[in-house]
Design a protein around this ligand. Structure first.
Ligand code: PGA
Length: 253
């Protein structure tokens, strides 16, 4: 069984003072955790500071987005090599907020995934259906399409990718998917990965659940062997709560 990954997506929250206070409170609370893989994805503006604060720590740094070109006239964008230079190991790609609010398409997401892998970053590639798609019994079809188009022409031998299954209707709503639904969809995603890559690769990929995960409901997901961890939004902003989730991930069987 793989060790669980607990990843926090701060979205557009926390300035550098708040980030520093979080790390000061959070680090000692998870200092004895040796198993769970801990990732924090703050806004770009906190990355440099967090990188310095986390030197020598097991807590790993991730960004929430990137642009696929390495450099050039792309006002306002940040490239994969820039993230690497700032100490990032991970980058969230294809989050539903970027798909829905910024209009990111599968084509764009595919370019971003390639750029991340090329730079040696580990993408946390998000997929998930809307409520309407689920009601119309299209959840599998939609997620499969996101996977196939997002992963087009991508090989990951010798590289690493993490997938996050995040049903859009569960994000920031307080309505989490049931662990049965999450397990079923994650099993389906793994079967898609088997077809796309091969069985060994599919088995080795961590697939997380995300959507209204908190310290009171995380255990029901982590106890599922098929679910390799959680991508946590709102509840990752509180150091004590997020540390509690990491500790539950540490002990998950
Ligand atoms: P949430 O967000 O935990 O606040 O629902 C999860 C996410 O968007 O990754």
């Amino acid at each position: 069984m793989k060790n669980k990954m607990i990843a926090g997506n701060w979205k557009m929250n926390k300035n550098t003072w708040e980030a520093r206070a979080f790390i000061q409170e959070f680090s000692p609370l998870v200092e004895n955790c040796r198993e769970a893989e801990i990732v924090l994805c703050p806004p770009f503006t906190c990355l440099d500071l967090m990188n310095k604060l986390l030197q020598g720590s097991r807590i790993q740094l991730g960004a929430q987005n990137l642009f696929w070109e390495e450099r050039g006239a792309f006002t306002g964008e940040i490239s994969a090599p820039m993230l690497v230079e700032t100490g990032c190991r991970f980058v969230i790609i294809g989050h539903s907020e970027r798909r829905q609010i910024m209009g990111e398409t599968d084509f764009v997401i595919n370019k971003k995934l390639k750029a991340a892998l090329q730079a040696g970053l580990v993408p946390i590639f998000c997929v998930g259906e809307t409520l309407q798609e689920r009601k119309n019994d299209r959840a599998r079809e939609v997620v499969k399409e996101q996977l196939v188009k997002g992963l087009q022409d991508i090989q990951i031998e010798g590289r690493r990718i993490v997938i996050a299954y995040e049903p859009v209707w569960a994000i920031g709503t307080g309505v989490n998917a049931s662990s049965d639904d999450a397990r079923e969809m994650i099993g389906f995603i793994r079967s898609c990965l088997t077809r796309h890559f091969n069985a060994d690769t599919a088995r080795s990929v961590k697939i997380l659940y995300g959507g209204s995960v908190n310290k009171d409901n995380i255990t029901q997901f982590l106890k599922e062997e098929e679910i390799d961890g959680a991508l946590v939004g709102g509840a990752s902003l509180d150091a004590e709560d997020f540390a509690a989730m990491v500790r539950l991930g540490e002990n998950a069987e």
